[in-house]
Design a protein. Sequence first.
Length: 317
Amino acid sequence: MTMQYFASGGGVPERTPRLRRSCLAVPGSNARMMARAAERGADQIFLDLEDAVAPSEKPAARQMVVEALNTHDYGDTVVTVRVNDATTPFMYADIIAVVQGAGGRFDCLMLPKVQHAGQLWFVEHLLNQLEADLDSGTRHGWEVQIETGTGAVNMTEIVRVSDRLECLILGPGDYAADLGIPQLDVGMLEPDYPGYQWAYINSQIVNTARSVGADAIDGPYADYGDQDGFRQMATRAKLLGMDGKWCIHPSQIELANEIFTPTKEQFEYAAAVLEAYREATEAGTGAATHDGKMIDEASRKMAAKLVARGRAAGMDG
């Protein structure tokens, strides 16, 4: 379950792609939910030791998460454990417990409320020592949450600590609280704001993630009964380049998978663009057209990205 890295021509590490269209939150203190998590159809699940677990319950939850990882077969689902943040007395024990107890049974550690690179250097050294001691050949990836203004300002340094980084995630609730945004509903769009109020931070996350070849994931939408609102927010995130969205309830999974998958028409059109570009290149014509439109290298890159997303989601063509 270890992420593989290889060098790309542009100096950005490329990775064997993982699907993260839907990322389901699963409380680490709920054995039943952890047992059923893989049945829900999410691309990724994360077993949560942070916000979903009361401080007094955290030691017991660690052992419950380890037991769940060692007991249940999560198949091809990306499996992540969210530990507590580096400013708490819980993070180091979380990491030691899950890596020693279930190393190799999960893909990534999710690291919340990261504010500066030093917090990740702590995790890097701890993981290096644990993994060397276990000598299992497993190297766990990272999913880093940006949830404060300080974390946003320091994002460029944060993503360059280690090639373990697989994705950046917006934490809209803590971010709103840190910035003083007068909002009580996590991840919502305030009707009085003239536009999409998360556009700046989500664009920053996408750009910074892409600079190191990582995914960008939008945070939760708290009103899981409001499917129209979820669709609106997920669609806006997708149009900024994000790869997926958190789901705090199983009812949001199917919608997230749909939104972050190209339509059949989009997929087939992109495949035709690639074919037209290939034919023109082989013929040495120097220019390519498809459906009355010019195709250049930028067109090819956009089409290739869309086709790759579709194939990762099981589309053929």
